[in-house]
Design a protein around this ligand. Structure first.
Ligand SMILES: [Fe+2]
Length: 310
């Protein structure tokens, strides 16, 4: 049974009285009828573990000394709870910060608790997934390109862009959006959008970080439920017109805001608290943006977003 915790409509949060897992709900209508497609999003799992294979790595040993949140693999509990609650979904998507930092121990936990539970799970990358440094005050030894290549060497799909069409109703898109959208995401994203439009499918975007809502009033949006920040600045997020962006980010942001009839939702994490905001599009309509709370809060209860596409 689901217990109402707070909010209403887009901001409503429930808790399963049997499993203790928190959940939010989102529904979209593709207009195609037939059996609904069920998608579950989980975010910010933060596996923090160094194992024997990490012991020779001076940088990781320094992080291990400094980083105590979820240490010794504590997030295994919440990951197991969320993945068990997500079982039966047509698609499970984890929106970044699965690894707390790039250790062998965290990599093994990702294999065991996420892909071990669902080999088809899609996992977007967040900033934590490709850093070895956490709270040490020292910069990463390796440049970002080398760390990203390391992540790609064991990731089960492309770390920058992957999409999947489910039930000929919805195309889910998972993009690396850490700081900016990568150049290599532009062409497949535009192609997927055109293909979805031509075939009357909707598109749902999954990524780690929230994007600018194009509403200057959104500099301090209140959290639905507070776990870390109480407010979030959705105006100065990626794509904010007051700031300079690269061509790839400008192109992707324009494509999102020009296609609200196809793109029905953006789902992300990163903030760790629960938020809801609306992205103002070029025709004046809005795309809902759901920021899901981190999975490990409430004593490793597990937190998920259940998405139904009719
Ligand atoms: Fe995170």
């Amino acid at each position: 049974m689901l217990e109402h915790i707070c909010g209403e409509g887009a901001t409503e949060i429930f808790r399963d009285t049997e499993t203790g897992v928190f959940e939010r709900h989102f529904e979209a209508d593709s207009g195609k009828g037939g059996a609904p497609v069920k998608i579950v999003q989980i975010t910010d799992v933060h596996f923090n573990l160094c194992d024997e294979a990490d012991e020779g790595d001076e940088e990781l040993m320094h992080t291990k000394q400094c980083r105590h949140w979820n240490a010794d693999g504590a997030s295994a509990v919440s990951a197991q709870r969320a993945m068990a609650a997500a079982k039966g979904a047509d698609q499970i998507i984890v929106t970044g910060d699965t690894l707390d930092y790039l250790s062998h121990g965290a990599r093994v936990m990702t294999e065991k608790y996420i892909w071990g539970a669902d080999p088809d799970a899609l996992i977007c990358i967040g900033g934590h997934d490709y850093t070895k440094e956490m709270q040490t005050g020292v910069k990463d030894y390796l440049p970002a390109e080398e760390r990203l290549a390391l992540v790609q060497s064991f990731w089960r799909h492309d770390i920058h862009y992957v999409s999947r069409t489910l039930g000929d109703k919805v195309t889910v898109v998972c993009m690396n959006d850490n700081g900016r959208y990568p150049d290599c995401a532009v062409e497949p994203f535009l192609r997927d959008l055109a293909d979805a439009r031509a075939n009357k499918r909707i598109v749902l975007i999954f990524q780690h970080e929230p994007i600018c809502t194009y509403n200057p009033a959104d500099t301090a949006v209140d959290a639905i439920r507070v776990y870390d920040p109480k407010v979030h600045d959705f105006w100065h997020d990626k794509g904010c017109p007051e700031l300079e962006w690269d061509d790839a980010t400008n192109t992707v942001m324009h494509a999102i805001r020009a296609n609200p009839d196809v793109i029905r939702g953006v789902f992300c994490g990163h903030s760790h608290s629960a938020f809801y905001a609306e992205i103002l599009c070029e025709d004046g309509s809005v795309i809902p943006q759901h920021v899901l709370e981190g999975n490990c809060y409430d004593r490793h209860a597990g937190h998920l977003m259940r998405i139904t596409v009719k």
